[in-house]
Design a protein around this ligand. Structure first.
Ligand SMILES: Nc1nc2c(ncn2[C@@H]2O[C@H](COP(=O)(O)OP(=O)(O)OP(=O)(O)O)[C@@H](O)[C@H]2O)c(=O)[nH]1
Ligand SMILES: [Mg+2]
Length: 250
């Protein structure tokens, strides 16, 4: 069972207008400091936050109860003028968990009114998280041929293909910066990642490596996914033939 908590700035559109037209720099600074605090508060509870469109965050919150979310809301309310809404959902696949959180908010299934928390909590029972950490093999040589902006364009096109491919496997893909992507993965996604790597190699001449981690909490799963990815690099750098996918479980 995977649990997702989706945090979104409440009534952000109307609030941004109150800042006047000379506001973009203020909004960018606010979004960056909000992301920093949200990542800090959830990582202290063994979770990882996946940034999504700057005013919204997806947290794989396996193991967290309603009480943990209330504590985090209280901390954020002390630090910022804006307020966040939290929608919680769980399911067999990451996409189902996202749908359940969405329904919880849409149907106003209130978990805590004072702190704007909606949805359904699974907490600690039957907790299982799989994360895939995908990274472009040797992006550094590509930088010899393409300029920074051209590289960005290539990376965003890759992100778009990855998001579409894994959504069809009920999984959620996030861009983590540089040439790094993480997929909150279903079993179907894990079983088909080699097909995705083969497709991108043949269509776009881009080689990818994929580390997979399975854990009880998202921080644990992400740690193992990154360790798997680093293992692929170590095998490659020792001169042996490297696997493109490597998996570790706790
Ligand atoms: N989010 C995230 N970004 C990383 C991580 N490691 C590296 N980066 C970023 O990714 C960029 C590319 O680095 P690498 O992937 O190590 O470079 P590379 O030439 O592709 O080397 P290999 O991936 O080992 O083939 C760096 O400039 C960083 O911005 C990581 O673990 N997480
Ligand atoms: Mg790379």
């Amino acid at each position: 069972m995977i649990q997702l908590s989706i945090l979104k700035i409440s009534a952000y559109g109307p609030w941004t207008l109150t800042l006047g037209s000379d506001r973009e720099h203020e909004l960018q600074m606010l979004q960056a400091s909000l992301y920093k605090e949200v990542q800090k508060l959830f990582s202290e509870k063994n979770c990882l936050v996946f940034p999504n469109r700057a005013d919204e965050f997806f947290v794989v919150s396996n193991g967290l109860e309603l009480y943990d979310h209330i504590q985090i809301q209280k901390a954020l309310e002390k630090l910022f003028d804006i307020r966040l809404t939290i929608s919680i959902g769980y399911g067999e696949s990451p996409f189902e968990a996202n749908l359940k959180a969405y329904e919880g908010k849409k149907n106003e299934t209130i978990l805590n009114k004072e702190h704007n928390i909606f949805g359904f909590v699974n907490g600690k029972s039957d907790s299982k998280v799989s994360i895939m950490h995908l990274d472009v093999d040797d992006l550094t040589s590509r930088r010899q041929i393409n300029s920074p902006y051209e590289i960005s364009s290539i990376i965003f096109e890759l992100y778009s293909k990855m998001s579409k491919f894994f959504l069809e496997k009920n999984s959620l893909t996030f861009f983590m910066g540089g040439d790094n992507f993480m997929v909150i993965a279903s079993d179907d996604a894990k079983n088909s990642v080699q097909n995705f790597i083969d497709m991108i190699k043949s269509d776009d001449k881009i080689s990818l490596n994929c580390g997979i981690g399975n854990g009880y909490t998202s921080r644990e799963a992400v740690k193992l996914a990154t360790q798997s990815l680093d293992t692929i690099r170590k095998i490659r750098d020792s001169g042996k033939e490297k696997p493109e996918v490597y998996e570790l479980s706790c």
